[in-house]
Design a protein around this ligand. Structure first.
Ligand SMILES: Cc1cc2nc3c(=O)[nH]c(=O)nc-3n(C[C@H](O)[C@H](O)[C@H](O)COP(=O)(O)O)c2cc1C
Length: 406
């Protein structure tokens, strides 16, 4: 089975007349960056006061839908959304939310909403008082009861100069949620499964200001979170340090040190089906942590380090044959041999061996030079593969392993 983003699904982005409409262009660009090709737009009459049809035509290559009675496009309020992968209303005004809640169908968007056979997402955005108004909240509740996915607005500084709830989340977050709803609706092979992904590097304290850390950015963990989630799994990230932005819909726990990561992973893993240790966990930690900042002097500084608990091995001992356990081996040489050895020693089901310390593979790189080791053998070898693609290959292996265990 080939797993990937379902980029051939039609995404219909509807823009109603809210000030956040300017951000919607960024959402469309973000979806295009992720490979979605069939993007259509709907503009309400007031939406067109904020974003022009020319802008939308230019970025999507398609003329926006705006008028139910447009000659030559009659009945497109039906054909556009039957079928469609998702109808996402970004931003959704108080007005369009009220229309949806009551079934009013007096313009293209409100009519297409009633005709839509795919999932619908609404991203409400407005002045905080408008959002908090009993009518708006009641209408949003009605939408949820009707099966509409509602992306709660952020709280913060609003265009009207006040602060409070009503801010549309950033483009990447909106795009995350659109993808998530789209794939949930399609249903993936890991629906109903839970995966714990440990990601990023750890930082072991020397004194209150200094740590021993590594170059991990969490990029591979982010790619895995995306791939597992789009395959239907519910994803729990345990992240150390690193600058990766994980998909908005994943649960996240921060665990900075190796011992915090051990505790967090063990706790989250109890009800998980799959555990992926993609974090670069420190092998050693200072034997004692200084209470005060160490002052610089002329002498060499000797640090005594003690080994940390091996998280993968702990998990392997506890869960061998019960959960799918995936580990990573980051190596500067002999990747294949180290990965094979690690598979046996840690009692893992799959080891991803990857080369680190070169520009096109390892920490922070977009791509990886990697091998997959299963049952003592190399099952796949990649000279150079994008981390996102590698993540989907790992998910495919996990799906196959789960199927073979049933
Ligand atoms: C400058 C300006 C900004 C507005 N921003 C919002 C907004 O962010 N959210 C909202 O619900 N309404 C906003 N409105 C009011 C809507 O544009 C108005 O309710 C309109 O009828 C919505 O039409 P539509 O839902 O058909 O697009 C704004 C109006 C103006 C003039």
């Amino acid at each position: 089975m080939k797993l990937n983003r379902q980029t051939d699904q039609r995404i219909v982005i509807a823009i109603s007349g809210g000030i956040a409409a300017y951000k919607t262009v960024g959402v469309i660009r973000e979806l295009q960056k992720r490979g979605y090709r069939d993007i259509e737009t709907i503009l309400t009459a007031n939406g067109a006061r904020f974003v022009t049809p020319v802008t939308l035509s230019a970025i999507t290559g398609n003329i926006p839908y705006a008028d139910t009675f447009e000659a030559g496009r009659a009945l497109s309020h039906i054909s556009l959304v039957q079928p469609c992968g998702i109808l996402a209303v970004v931003p959704a005004t108080a007005d369009i939310i009220a229309k949806f809640a009551c079934g009013i169908a007096d313009d293209f968007l409100s009519t297409a909403y009633l005709a839509c056979t795919g999932p619908v997402l609404a991203a409400p955005s407005m002045n905080a008082e408008m959002y908090r108004h009993a009518t708006t909240l009641r209408n949003l509740e009605q939408l949820k009861k009707d099966g509409v996915h509602v992306l709660d607005p952020d709280s913060g500084y609003l265009a009207c100069g006040t602060e409070g709830p009503g801010r549309m989340p950033d483009a990447e977050i909106v795009a995350d949620v659109i993808e998530h709803v789209l794939h949930r609706h399609i249903g993936g092979p890991l629906s109903g499964r839970k995966v714990v992904i440990a990601s990023g590097g750890t930082a072991e304290p020397i004194d209150p200001v200094r740590t021993i850390t590594n170059r991990s950015t969490g990029r591979m963990g982010k790619a895995l979170a995306t791939a597992f989630s789009l395959a239907g799994a519910s994803v729990e990230i345990v992240t150390g340090i690193g600058n990766a932005r994980y998909p908005a819909y994943c649960r996240q726990t921060i665990a900075e040190t190796a011992s915090e990561m051990l505790n967090a992973v063990i706790e989250k893993a109890t009800d998980a089906d799959i555990i992926v240790m993609a974090a670069a966990v420190a092998d050693y930690t200072p034997a004692t942590v200084l209470r005060e900042k160490k002052k610089k002097d002329e002498n060499n500084l000797h640090l005594e380090l003690k080994p940390t608990t091996d998280i993968l091995k702990t998990l392997g001992t506890q869960y061998e044959g019960k959960k799918i356990l995936v580990g990573f081996a980051a190596e500067t040489s002999n990747v294949e041999d180290h990965a094979k050895k690690k598979l046996t020693e840690k009692k893992a089901d799959l080891i991803v061996g990857n080369l680190v310390g070169v520009p096109d593979s390892g920490f922070g790189a977009e791509s990886s030079r990697a091998v997959l080791v299963q049952k003592g053998e190399i099952s796949d070898s990649y000279d150079k593969i994008e981390k996102e693609q590698l993540a989907f290959c790992i998910v495919e292996k996990v799906v196959a392993m789960l199927e073979s265990r049933q």
